[in-house]
Design a protein. Sequence first.
Length: 429
Amino acid sequence: MQQNTFGGLIDETAVYDQFKMGMELDKRVNHGTHVLDIACGPRTVLAQIAGVPPFPNAPPTWALADDDASSCDIVAVQLDWDTVVDTSGGSMNVHIMDGLMYILSRCASTAKVAVNLSWGTLAGPHDGSSVLEAAMDQLITLKGDALQIVLPVSNNYQSRTHANQTLSKGEQVTLNWRGQPGDLTQNFLELWLPAGAQGIEVQLTPPGQPSLPPLAWGKSGTWNTRSGKPLCALIYPKSVATGANGTCALIAIAPTFGFAKSVATAPSGVWEVKITNTQPGKVTVDAYVERDDQIIGVQTGARQSHFEDQWYDTSGNPGSFEDHPNNPSPIRRSGNFNSIATGTKTISVGGIRVAGPMWAKYSPRKPDPDASRPERPGVVKVPDTQAYSDENPVLRGLKAAGTRSGGVARLVGTSDAAPQVTRKIFNAL
């Protein structure tokens, strides 16, 4: 900082470049900076907002915080960027656990630690049995009351990345999975089946192409170019390491666009996924499209794929932003949930508004309006708790620190709700 001070002012961009952090911080707002300010900054979120209940006409107090969080020691970690842009979500586990272990290694054995992990994925078992969730639960158990981990529940309630259907013998459902044009990244769809569901067949039909052969439990196959490069794959093992209950059929699709001639590209459009139950009894299937969006300031060419059908209500009319039990669409808002936030020991946080209708439309709801729909055993769809993530229906998001001294920026999402709960938890430790 001293080396980059000119005329009494610090060239903050030069400082960030010195530590090779330009990609993260050469912009007005950074997700981690913003979340950290909410978790332990000099002012709480509510002190900076007008009309905080129960005083709807009061201006912001701008009061400085005197809580433990505002003066606590901070350990911050940066996830590997290759992990952040990995659209499969698979490489994230080891880096998050490395981060958690690093945090604990920097703290005294007697320290009280509250970790805010404002990150997540959409595909997975959603029953707390994933490798990362089990590891976090075990870590919290080993540390007793000295460690808490808080996560957001995602901003994907309206993103059409979850489908749920219960099939009797001989019944089938076809999911229309829309692959976006110009997508530079791979897309992934996971079909999660409960234990004993060995009679489910899966058949994939690429856009404008004949159907591929149906695959049964324990089988796999690919659809290749003439030169042998795979455009899509369906892997349907008898058991998986990514969850402890039942199994998962994974569908992976190549990018729909590439700048290099060597890149094999799959067709964009609707991929039909037909799921048939050939065994006696009923089987509940959950389909989750993996997260594939772009993070702040990083241009990866990712475009989120999604489900679509004629019954799912996208009108924007009142009542169209939640599931209705009598709607025949298998596409359900309920179940769009951060798949690393369903553990038994971690704390998941949903988003609500300071003023106006309480629920933030992008956040999973509490209580669940679709609670009567059959689910696989142990599936989590409801936040453990909720905190503010919007000021009102028009002024979405919350203000917090930007990347430059004195800078303020606004971000939208349950990532703003989670650090408020982290702050309360740390103050109570």
